[in-house]
Design a protein around this ligand. Structure first.
Ligand SMILES: *Cc1c(COP(=O)(O)O)cnc(C)c1O
Length: 430
């Protein structure tokens, strides 16, 4: 987690100190800020990278940034929604995404969520072979279009590095099960089939998608041969990562798209399956770099270490506390100052892991300085919680014309107490 050096201090932000000062005249810190221009440019590049595939579509993983304004921006690039829960399905439906534009990739799914997904016409992606019966009992039939999630087990390796350990993950069906599942689904009336797999998270290499694609394309050929199923789409899911640390190179989506194309021709086209649509369900890649958490330094503490206390905490951004994840930090207005002070940057939770950075080399921080915590646009706000009675912050959108729009207000104590409304002993608060 340690980093220092001038180049690392210089990592670019999409917001300046002057802009932050202007924004804080209306909206107090902390807040998550999203960069509309960056989101649009990136979504457009992704679309271009897969334009070779006629049916290509990105279903944005709503859980990464479940905000209606963000979903509507992505809609301009023909993105659909990948939902995994009832409220995510509701959000997609309320925003008038039609059924074909909603992928329901969930696991351990409650019956009412299958029922709701079916009601809005979403494409259901089954996590397990037992869910065939469960779904049929719940909605009274098997939908004509259905997808199954595959888990090849073992280790998923790229070159010499083990990327991840699917054999240890709770998701998806085994090889035998997915063949059996396709047979059963076909016998129960399914006509259009999809395959899905998610084998590694936050991959910072152009090789992940092509390697995953080869596994799924070969499986598709096998499934088609063994079950006669008409495979309409292959969903490469999420997992394309971003360089959280300054030493990493970002993925090049156009290279990824071109390499998936090569494998597609080698495996699918060569086997007479050249009309299969490619779907993606990216979350992090779509949004993470285009969001930041802006927070203010409110305390400095000198004990056995040097601490800077800020007005955000892990309730606003959980990744460092939960995974020890690195998020780059820029002190606004001190972009060119030497990183010659070592700090722990902390929030206020009564948990010692509530630290946005440990032993981080940064410019000297003065009280009132604004800290920009990078790459919080995905799995940032959305993982927020209310421990210690902390409230979720607002979400703001920095629009292309430079103006700022509030796209979610900050929680108030009234929101926090709202779930006690039913009691006589607690009257709520004003
Ligand atoms: C979380 C998730 C995604 C998105 O993952 P990223 O790493 O954000 O790209 C896609 N599909 C499913 C099923 C997921 O659970």
């Amino acid at each position: 987690m340690t980093s220092g050096g001038l180049t690392e201090c210089l990592r670019k932000t999409f917001v300046t100190l002057d802009q932050i000062k202007e924004i804080t005249r209306t909206y107090p810190t902390p807040f998550h800020l999203y960069d509309e221009k960056g989101i649009r440019e990136n979504a457009s590049k992704l679309k271009e990278a897969f334009a070779w595939n006629k049916g290509y579509r990105e279903y944005f993983a709503v859980k990464a940034t479940p905000n209606p304004f963000i979903l509507n921006i992505l809609k301009d690039y023909d993105c659909g929604c990948d939902c995994s829960s009832l409220t995510e399905l509701m959000m997609a439906d309320r925003l008038d995404f039609d059924g074909k534009s909603i992928m329901f990739s969930s696991n351990d799914t409650p019956a009412e969520e299958f029922a709701y997904a079916d009601k809005v016409g979403a494409i259901i992606n089954l996590d397990d072979i037992t869910h065939i019966d469960f779904l049929e009992k719940t909605i009274g039939r098997i939908p004509e279009t259905i997808s199954c999630r595959y888990n090849p087990g073992g280790y998923f390796k790229l070159g010499n590095s083990i990327m991840d350990n699917p054999g240890d993950s709770k998701y998806g069906m085994t090889h035998e099960q997915i063949i059996e599942a396709f047979k059963i689904l076909k016998s129960k009336g399914a006509k259009n089939f999809g395959i899905h797999a998610f084998l590694a998270s936050n991959t910072v290499t152009n090789e992940y998608y092509p390697a995953l694609a080869r596994i799924l394309f070969e499986l598709a050929v096998e499934l088609h041969e063994k079950t006669g199923a008409d495979i309409k789409f292959i969903n490469l899911s999420g997992g394309i990562g971003i360089p959280y640390t300054p030493d990493k190179e970002p993925n090049d989506i156009s290279v990824i798209g071109a390499n998936v194309h090569k494998v597609y021709d080698e495996v699918l086209t060569a086997n007479g399956m050249g009309d299969v649509a490619i779907y993606t369900e990216l979350g992090r890649f779509m949004l993470a770099p285009y969001g930041c958490l802006v927070t203010k330094a409110i305390h400095e503490k000198h004990t056995y270490k040097e601490y800077i206390g800020v007005d955000a905490c892990a309730a606003n951004l959980m990744r460092p506390a939960m995974y020890g994840a690195y998020h780059h930090i820029t002190v606004a207005g001190k972009e060119n100052a030497p990183c010659d002070h070592k700090y722990d940057i902390t929030g206020s939770l009564c948990e010692n892991n509530d630290k946005f950075a440990i032993d981080r080399m940064l410019p000297k921080i003065d009280m009132g300085d604004y800290l920009i915590i990078h790459d919080t646009g995905a799995h940032g706000f959305s993982m927020g919680y209310n421990y210690n009675g902390r409230l979720r912050s607002s979400e703001l959108l920095l629009k292309e014309d430079g103006s700022v729009q509030m796209i979610r207000r900050a929680e108030t104590p009234k929101d926090y107490f709202a779930t006690f409304d039913f009691t006589d002993i607690f009257k709520g608060i004003e």
